[in-house]
Design a protein. Structure first.
Length: 87
């Protein structure tokens, strides 16, 4: 039995798009605020703060709550305040 390759590819692509749209709509957001200075902290923590987009004291960024971002936040939790964004 032969399959129509274009139908299979199109169907597969549509399913992937639907799955990615579902992930995007259900992704939670968190608000991260820097509350302590990175002065006299290990270089690794300084780079993590930069990767999160926090450059100055009391700076705030909103990020998707992905496992990668949550892992970074966990490593610098003593330097930041984290809030869940409603909506």
């Amino acid at each position: 039995m032969l399959f129509d390759v274009t139908w299979v590819c199109t169907t597969h692509l549509n399913l992937k798009l639907q799955a990615s749209n579902l992930k995007l709509t259900t992704m939670k957001k968190i608000k991260i605020t820097q509350v302590k200075s990175v002065i006299d902290r290990p270089e690794r923590q300084k780079k993590t703060m930069q990767a999160l987009g926090l450059r100055k004291l009391h700076a705030t960024v909103e990020k998707d709550a992905t496992p990668q971002v949550l892992g970074m936040v966990e490593k610098v939790l003593h330097l930041v305040k984290v809030e869940e964004v409603a909506g």
